[in-house]
Design a protein around this ligand. Structure first.
Ligand code: CTP
Length: 187
């Protein structure tokens, strides 16, 4: 969805910076890509671009945890069991308002397997978003690694809108129009 949204925005004449983890997708024409390989690198790349940004759309499925200990060499097996300790990564979207100080239009995604709208509304409020795009990731036919998606939009003012299942590029084009219209309406 991130690549489809970046493409839609570039086609509409916006200046687009796409901060992306390693994927096998082609970078859309006119889009400047910043390649990152970890949640920490994505956090730093986003923070570095907040100044002068009008709108930020956070569609990445960022890891919430990372291994606490990283070995420089191959880890040789010994015991029959091994407990791996994970630590939390920083929440990039949740850092946009504070500490990054972003004042523009903020869009988040919510990937949920239950209580879709309720959980998505909670994320909108907690992370200071203007809009959250909610995705039911329990469905195998849409979302991650699929060509199609079906989403519900939750706006800050309480409005809600569901879009029918569609190809990701068509959906991204429609989402971008809705997002730009809502942003302009609130300016
Ligand atoms: N997100 C982020 N940084 C993270 C985790 C998530 O910026 N470390 C962003 C995602 O890009 C998305 C939004 O936060 O826009 C919601 O992500 P999601 O995975 O649905 O939820 P979490 O915030 O991880 O919350 P939970 O694990 O409780 O569902």
């Amino acid at each position: 969805m991130g690549y489809a949204l970046a493409r839609a925005a570039a086609v509409h004449g916006h200046e687009v910076i796409l901060v992306s983890g390693p994927v096998s997708l082609e970078v859309p024409k006119g889009v400047e890509r910043k390649a990152v390989v970890s949640a920490k690198e994505m956090y730093e790349a986003v923070e570095a671009h907040v100044d002068g940004l009008e709108m930020a759309i956070h569609s990445a499925a960022v890891a919430d945890y990372r291994p606490k200990e990283v070995h420089a060499q191959k880890f040789k097996k010994s015991a029959s069991e091994w407990t791996l300790t994970l630590e939390r990564t920083a929440d990039i979207l949740g850092s946009m308002r504070e500490p990054f100080g972003f004042r523009g239009y903020l869009v988040g995604f919510a990937a949920e397997t239950e209580n879709l709208l309720e959980n998505a509304r909670g994320k909108l409020e907690r992370k200071g978003c203007d809009l959250v795009i909610a995705n039911d990731v329990s469905r195998a036919d849409i979302g991650f690694d699929q060509r199609e998606n079906e989403v519900s939009l939750l706006f800050k003012d309480g409005r809600q809108q569901s879009l029918p299942k569609a190809g990701k590029q068509d959906l991204a084009d429609e989402l971008l129009s809705i997002i730009v219209a809502d942003k302009q309406f609130h300016e």
